[in-house]
Design a binder for this molecule. Structure first.
Ligand code: C2E
Ligand code: MG
Ligand code: MG
Length: 759
C-alpha cells in the first residue's frame, strides 16, 4: 500500500508541477483526484495497523481515530474540489461545509493526540510539558503569523473566507502537539518513530499551506495541493512503522530529559524577530513584543520549576548519601564483628594477631569451647543456644582487661588475645574467667551452668594466626578430654598424641564393620561362695596392627569422636541378644543380671531411651534383666543424662552407678538418681585389707547403701583376703580377677552348669 501511495504521490508531483511550471497548465479536475485517493489509502493503512495483534487499547484507539480523520479528510477534499471547480480556476473557494469539515478533522486530530497514552509523570514533569507546549505554540504561532498569516487579506481574497487561515494555524498546532507529545508518549505500544513521522507530515502540510499566499499570482503552482497528499503519505508510513513496532519488544520508559534547548531556541527566534521589527509603529511589532514577553515569562517559569525540582532532587541525593554513609559504617562494623554476640569476629581477631606479630610483640592466644553446647541446642532449641552464647560472650567481655581481645570464631568457639601476661598471671586470669563464665544463668526459664574448656598457647616469632589457633585448639581438646571445665597449656607432645588419636579414631569408626570388636563377660559373684549373680559386659578391640587395645584408651576416644553412639548401639544389641540366648539355653541357671556400660555421650543422645526399649522388646527379655552402668560424672554432667537414666528406670531396666568414689562423688546423687546398684571402685577395694581411709569409706558405703536399699558391688577384687574382708564388712556382691576374668559368652556359658564357680 505505501508503495502505491508513494507512486501516486510522485506521479502527482511530477504531472501537476512539471506541467504547472513549464506549461502553465493545471488540469483542474484531475488535479483534485489524488487528494481523496491518498486520504483513503492512509485511512486504510491506519485501520490495518489498528487491528495489529499486540497493541494496547490506547494505541489501537489512536490509530482508529486517525483512520477516521483520513476518511473525513477524503470527504473534505471532495467537498473542496466541488467548491473550487464551481468558480474560476485562480480563485480557491472553500464553502462553509468543506471548511467546517476541515476544522472538525483538525479538532478531532488534536483531541486524539491529547488522549494518547503517556508514561506516569510527576507533577513537575507535567508542568514542564505544558510550559514547553505553550512556548512552542506561541513561538510557532507568531512565526507562522509573521511569515504567512498576516497576509490574511490575500488569503481571504483567494479562498473567499478566513477559515483557511484558521486551518493553517490548527494544522501547525497538530504538528506542534504531536512533536511535544512525542517526548512524553511511548507508554504502552505507541511507537515514538511513528509519531515523529506523523508530526513531520503535518508540519510539511502546514508549510505547504502557509506558502499559498506567496504564490497567489501563480495558482498552477499552488503548494496547498501538496499539503494533503504529503500529510496522508506520512500518516501511512507512520502506520506501517507502528505495525512493525507492534511485534517488537515494548519500549523502555525513556529517561525524562530535564534540560531542553527548545525554550532557548524559542526565545532566540523571538528575539531575532524583535530585532527585525519596527516596534514603535506597527501592530505587528506590538504583537511580537507581547509574544517575546510571554515566551520569556514561560521560560522563566520553566526555569523556576526545574530549579525547584533540582533542589528537591539534591535534598533526596543528600538523604541518600547520608543513608549510604550509614550503611557503609554499619557494613564496616558487620564485616569485623559477629552478628550474634556483637564481639569481634574471626577476621577482626586474625587481623589484630597479625598486626601484633608484625610488631614483634609476644602475647597469649586462648581458644574457648563450650562443653556440651550441642546438647543445649538439640534439647532446648537454637534460640536458647544463641542466648547462651550471648550470655557467655558478655561474661567473657566483662571479665577481661581493656587491652584483651575477645572474638567469636563461630559456633560455640571463642578466642582470646591476651597481651603482657606471664605464665602465672595467665593461670590466674584463666581460672577467674572459667569461674566467672561457669556461674549459673537462667535462659528462657531454664537454669544452666555453662562449662568451658580453654587451650592456651604463647606466640613465638614466625607464628601465623592459623598456627596459633591450631595450637590453642589442640590444647583445648586436651582440656576437654580431661573432663572439661578447665584449661590447658599447649605442649608439643600434644601434637603427637592428637595425631595418633586422629588415626586410631578413624580406625575405630570402621572397627564395627570389620568385625574387630567383641564383647566379653566378667561374672559378678555372690559372697562368700562365689555363685554367679550376674555378669558385666566389657568391650574388646583387636586392632589389626596394634593388637588388643584397652577400653580405657579407645572408649574415651570413641566418646570424643562420637563413634561411641554407633559402637555403644552395637554392644547393647550384642549383650541383649546374648542375655536372651543364655536364658533360652540355661533357663534358671542363666545370669539373672546382665550389666552393660553406657557412656555419658550415649545418654545425652536424643532418642536413646526409645532405642533401648526397642532393642529389649525385640529380644523378648525382661527389662529388669538388664542393668545399665553409668558413671557419676556422666549423670552429673547435664540434665539430659539424668533424664535418660530416669527414662531407663521407668522402662524397668536397673541402673548401676559405676566407679563410685572416683569422680565428684556426691551422695545426693543417690537420692536424685534412681540407683539400684552401687559399684564401689577398685581404688577403695585395694585398701580394704589395711587400716586405711579407703577401708573406712568401704565400710561406711555399705551402711549407706543398705539404708537406701541399694545393692553394693565391690569392683576389682584380686585376692581371697579382700573378698573375705568385704564379706565381713557386709558386702554381698563382688567382681574381680580373684573370681573370674572377663571371658567370651561361650566360655561363660560353661560356667553356668550347676556347681561352684572356680575360685
Ligand atoms: P568398668 O566398667 O569399671 O569395668 C571394670 C573394669 O575393671 C574392666 O576393665 C575390667 O576388666 C577391670 N577389672 C575387673 N576386675 C579386675 C581386677 O580384679 N583387677 C583389675 N586390675 N581390673 C579388673 P576394662 O574391661 O579394661 O574396661 C575399662 C573400662 O572401660 C570399664 O570400666 C568401662 O568404664 C569401660 N568400658 C568397657 N566396655 C565398655 C562398653 O562396652 N561401653 C562403655 N561405654 N564403656 C565400656
Ligand atoms: Mg562397668
Ligand atoms: Mg567400674
Amino acid at each position: 500500500m505505501p508503495l502505491i501511495a508513494g507512486a501516486v504521490l510522485l506521479a502527482y508531483c511530477f504531472v501537476r508541477f512539471g506541467f504547472g511550471v513549464f506549461a502553465g497548465f493545471s488540469w483542474p479536475v484531475l488535479g483534485w483526484i489524488p487528494l481523496p485517493v491518498m486520504s483513503l489509502l492512509a485511512a486504510h493503512g491506519c485501520w490495518w495497523t489498528s487491528n495489529r495483534f499486540g497493541l494496547d487499547a490506547g494505541t489501537t484507539r489512536f490509530w482508529r481515530q486517525l483512520s477516521l480523520c483520513c476518511v473525513l479528510l477524503a470527504a473534505a477534499c471532495v467537498g473542496n474540489a466541488y467548491d473550487a471547480l464551481r468558480v474560476p480556476e485562480d480563485f480557491q473557494h472553500i464553502g462553509p461545509v468543506t471548511a467546517t469539515l476541515y476544522l472538525g478533522i483538525l479538532v478531532f486530530a488534536i483531541w486524539a493526540l491529547l488522549r494518547l497514552p503517556v508514561w506516569e509523570r510527576s507533577r513537575a514533569e507535567w508542568i514542564r510539558f505544558w510550559l514547553d507546549t505553550g512556548i512552542i505554540l506561541i513561538t510557532t504561532g507568531i512565526l507562522v503569523w509573521h511569515f504567512s498569516l498576516r497576509r490574511a487579506d490575500a488569503w481571504a481574497a483567494q479562498t473567499g473566507s478566513a477559515i483557511p487561515v484558521l486551518a493553517i494555524a490548527m494544522i501547525a498546532s497538530v504538528s506542534v502537539i504531536a512533536f511535544t507529545k512525542v517526548a512524553f508518549a511511548g507508554a504502552g505500544r505507541l511507537d515514538r518513530r511513528a509519531m515523529h513521522m506523523l508530526s513531520f507530515g503535518t508540519a510539511l502540510a502546514c508549510a505547504f499551506g502557509a506558502l499559498m499566499p506567496f504564490l497567489a499570482d501563480r495558482p498552477q503552482l499552488n503548494t496547498a495541493f501538496l499539503a494533503v497528499p504529503f500529510a496522508t503519505f506520512c500518516a501511512q508510513l507512520a502506520a506501517r512503522r507502528q505495525a512493525r513496532a507492534a511485534i517488537e519488544e515494548p519500549a523502555e520508559r525513556p529517561v525524562p530529559r530535564r534540560f531542553s534547548v527548545v525554550p532557548y531556541l524559542a526565545v532566540g527566534g523571538m528575539d531575532l524577530m524583535l530585532l527585525g521589527t519596527d516596534l514603535t509603529r506597527s501592530a505587528e511589532g506590538r504583537l511580537i513584543a507581547a509574544g517575546t514577553v510571554a515566551i520569556t515569562a514561560l521560560v522563566v517559569a520553566r526555569q523556576i520549576t526545574t530549579l525547584r525540582e533540582n533542589n528537591t532532587l539534591l535534598s533526596t541525593v543528600d538523604t541518600n548519601l547520608r543513608q549510604l554513609r550509614d550503611y557503609q559504617v554499619q557494613l564496616a562494623h558487620q564485616v569485623r564483628h559477629d552478628t550474634l554476640t556483637e564481639i569481634a569476629n574471626r577476621a577482626n581477631f586474625e587481623e589484630q594477631v597479625t598486626a601484633r606479630l608484625a610488631g614483634g610483640e609476644s602475647f597469649l592466644v586462648a581458644l574457648l569451647d563450650l562443653d556440651d553446647f550441642k546438647v543445649v541446642n538439640d534439647r532446648l532449641g537454637h534460640g536458647t543456644g544463641d542466648a547462651l552464647l550471648k550470655a557467655v560472650s558478655r561474661r567473657l567481655h566483662d571479665r577481661l582487661r581493656g587491652e584483651d581481645v575477645v572474638a567469636r570464631l563461630g559456633g560455640d568457639e571463642f578466642t582470646l588475645l591476651l597481651p603482657d601476661l606471664t605464665g602465672d598471671e595467665a593461670a590466674v586470669v584463666l581460672r577467674r574467667l572459667i569461674q566467672g563464665v561457669q556461674e549459673k544463668v537462667v535462659i528462657d526459664g531454664h537454669e544452666m551452668t555453662p562449662r568451658i574448656s580453654i587451650g592456651v598457647t604463647a606466640s613465638v616469632p614466625g607464628d601465623t594466626p592459623e598456627e596459633l589457633l591450631r595450637r590453642a585448639d589442640v590444647a583445648m581438646y586436651v582440656a576437654k578430654n580431661a573432663g572439661g571445665g578447665r584449661w590447658a597449656w599447649f605442649d608439643p607432645a600434644m601434637d603427637r598424641i592428637a595425631d595418633q588419636d586422629a588415626k586410631l579414631g578413624a580406625d575405630l569408626r570402621q572397627a564395627v564393620a570389620r568385625g574387630e570388636l567383641r564383647v566379653v563377660y566378667q561374672p559378678i559373684v555372690e559372697l562368700p561362695d562365689g555363685g554367679i549373680a550376674g555378669v558385666e559386659a566389657l568391650l574388646r578391640w583387636r586392632h589389626p596392627e596394634h593388637g588388643e587395645i584397652s577400653p580405657a584408651v579407645f572408649i574415651p576416644l570413641a566418646e570424643r569422636n562420637g563413634s561411641i553412639i554407633e559402637v555403644g548401639r552395637w554392644v547393647f544389641e550384642q549383650v541383649v541378644a546374648q542375655a536372651a540366648a543364655w536364658q533360652h539355653e540355661y533357663g534358671d541357671l542363666a545370669p539373672a543380671r546382665v550389666s552393660v556400660n553406657v557412656s555419658a555421650r550415649q545418654l545425652r543422645e536424643p532418642g536413646f531411651v526409645a532405642e533401648v526399649a526397642a532393642v529389649v522388646a525385640a529380644a523378648g527379655v525382661e527389662p529388669s534383666l538388664i542393668t545399665v552402668e553409668v558413671t557419676e560424672t556422666a549423670v552429673l554432667g547435664t540434665g539430659a543424662a539424668l533424664d535418660a537414666v530416669r527414662g531407663l528406670n521407668a522402662l524397668g531396666l536397673r541402673v548401676a552407678l559405676d566407679d563410685f568414689g572416683t569422680g565428684q562423688s556426691s551422695l545426693s546423687l543417690l537420692v536424685d538418681c534412681p540407683v539400684d546398684v552401687l559399684k564401689v571402685d577398685k581404688s577403695f577395694v585395694d585398701g580394704v585389707t589395711t587400716a586405711s581411709p579407703q577401708s573406712v569409706i568401704v565400710e561406711s558405703l555399705i551402711t549407706i547403701t543398705a539404708g537406701l536399699r541399694i545393692q553394693a558391688v565391690a569392683e576389682g577384687v584380686e585376692t581371697a583376703d579382700q573378698a573375705h574382708r568385704l564379706h565381713q564388712a557386709g558386702y554381698q556382691y563382688a567382681q574381680g580377677f580373684h573370681f573370674a576374668r572377663p571371658m567370651s559368652g561361650a566360655e561363660l556359658g560353661k560356667l553356668l552348669r550347676p556347681g561352684p564357680v572356680p575360685a
